[in-house]
Write a protein that binds this ligand. Structure first.
Ligand code: BES
Ligand code: MN
Ligand code: ZN
Length: 493
């Protein structure tokens, strides 16, 4: 998708379709008024006849208006003028893009000029670019004939001359986030016989080559050498070899401590010997969405050339049952030295993450953030709207919550109080890998916290937000927008 910033008379623009906002109650925006004037009131006439009220999500295409060069003018409902927000702008623009006829390859919009309280031109431009990419995303399904890309190729953003710089900056941010989101969706959506641990390793190497990241993809022998006994306990049952990916974007000052992102990369979670029920098990291909979001963030970092140091760590393997698989009752020795009694082999995410958290210590991080489709319990607690956030540092938690709010990719903080730690006591090891049915997402976070004592740490449980089920089944690319917004904020400091 290409974006261009223009300050030109809209009626003279050569574009397949002009998007023109209408507020609820048939109220014309400035652009609508000026087009109405040159087109002998064609817009007012359409509104008067009752074809459009201006409700958010509604659209109406008018063709061949006199005095307007563009062959189509799409009226786009913006909802109530008083309630205008970045979120309503996103929703209106998304509806417009979704309603475009197949013949439209480029559009022009003045939506960045719509006034929204406490919102900058840059933020509006970023939102539009991100939504344009999100709304035109197509699953690259494995079909006999390859899937045609969405026809929309170009968006012209109309702004006042004085706003051009801010709009340019915003579009570049939004487009970078959008590309990161698309990569995370693509990786999540791939079938698990293609998106294996070694495939993820190759994707990391490809990104590194494209953007100049430092990359290491460790194989089984190197993982054994690091004594990652907990991670190795999960991969044991699988024929597919594991990988441990280390990606580094080093564009900050040498003295600047890095932010470390750790992504859960279970490319398929059967549950192992504690086998999951069969219904909907295909969705456990999405159990690598934490890893996908780390790669998506790196894509955006590479596009943005952010002056920051960021390290990405991805432990990745399958969780399979077999004669060699780890069994309930087995005790594993983690890289940290702490021993773990595996009471349920389906609580495998924390077992691969804990060794990655120990590995993270060597970077002397400013902060470590892990991202994981960790618990079904998190879906029960928060549903599919927000990610669960846990942190051992309040400032870090606040910064992530604010970033999620700004990026329309929210998280909600859950407690990490010591009261819950006792649920992980074991008679046979330092810690058990499950803490019973009560507070399942909290005890999972408590487990991770035992391995994250040496730095500021946050954990995002994305079990409910990383993908959608049902008719719209597909990856969402979350929480790439939250994470990139957080990193942009760190770079601005
Ligand atoms: N990957 C799953 C969590 C999951 C389940 C995410 C369903 C999204 C939808 C994780 O590995 C898992 O199986 N967790 C168990 C933990 C339990 C055994 C303590 C769970 O949530 O049931
Ligand atoms: Mn599991
Ligand atoms: Zn899992």
């Amino acid at each position: 998708m290409e974006f261009s910033i223009k300050s030109a008379a809209p009626e003279k623009l050569r574009t397949d379709c002009l998007l023109v906002g209408i507020y609820e109650g048939r109220k014309l925006t400035d652009l609508a008024k000026s087009l109405d004037a040159v087109s002998e009131k064609a817009i007012s006439a359409a509104l008067k006849s009752g074809d459009m009220e201006g409700k958010t999500g509604s659209t109406l295409i008018l063709r061949q208006l006199s005095g307007v060069v563009a062959p189509r003018v799409m009226l786009v409902g913006l909802g109530k003028a008083d309630d205008a927000s970045l979120k309503s702008l996103r929703n209106s623009f998304r509806a417009a893009v979704k309603a475009l006829p197949a013949g439209v390859e480029n559009v022009a919009t003045d939506f960045v000029s719509l006034s929204i309280k406490k919102t900058t031109v840059q933020q509006k431009a970023a939102a539009l670019a991100e939504v344009a990419l999100d709304a035109t995303y197509k699953v690259n399904a494995v079909k006999e004939k390859s899937v045609e890309p969405h026809p929309l190729k170009q968006v012209s953003v109309l702004v006042e001359k004085t706003d051009q710089a801010a709009a340019t900056e915003g579009v570049s941010q939004g487009s970078s986030v959008g590309q990161g989101v698309a990569l995370a969706k693509d990786l999540g959506n791939l079938p698990p016989n293609i998106c294996t641990p070694s495939y993820l390793g190759k994707q990391a190497e490809k990104l590194a080559k494209e953007y100049g990241f430092k990359v290491e993809v460790l194989e089984q022998a190197a993982i054994e050498k690091l004594n990652m006994g907990s991670f190795l306990g999960v991969t044991r049952g699988s024929e597919e070899p594991p990988r441990f990916i280390v990606l580094q974007h080093l564009q900050g000052k040498k003295s600047q401590k890095p932010v470390v992102l750790v992504g859960k990369g279970i490319t398929f979670d059967t549950g192992g010997i504690s086998l999951k029920p069969g219904a909907d098990m295909d969705e456990m291909k999405y159990d690598m969405c934490g890893a996908a979001s780390v790669l998506g963030v790196f894509k955006a970092l590479g596009e943005l050339k952010l002056p920051l140091n960021v390290v990405g760590l991805i432990p990745t393997c399958e969780n399979m049952p077999s004669g060699r698989a780890t069994k309930p009752g087995d005790v594993l020795t983690s890289m940290s030295g702490q021993t773990i009694e595996v009471l349920n082999t389906d609580a495998e995410g924390r077992l691969i993450l804990c060794d990655a958290l120990t590995y993270a210590e060597r970077f002397e991080p400013a902060a470590v953030i892990d991202i994981a489709t960790l618990t079904g319990a998190c879906v029960i607690a928060l549903g599919h709207h927000v990610s669960g956030l846990f942190a051992n540092n309040d400032a870090l938690a606040k910064a992530l919550l604010a970033a999620g709010e700004q990026a329309n990719d929210r998280a909600w903080q859950m407690p990490l109080w010591d009261d819950y730690q006792g649920q992980l006591d074991s008679n046979f090891a330092d810690i058990a890998n499950i803490g019973g049915r009560a507070a399942g997402s909290i005890t999972a976070a408590c487990f991770l916290s035992r391995f994250a004592k040496k730095y500021d740490w946050a954990h995002l449980d994305i079990a409910g937000t990383a993908w959608k089920s049902g008719k719209e089944k597909g990856g969402t690319g979350r929480p790439v927008p939250l994470l990139v917004t957080y990193l942009l904020e760190q770079a601005a400091k």
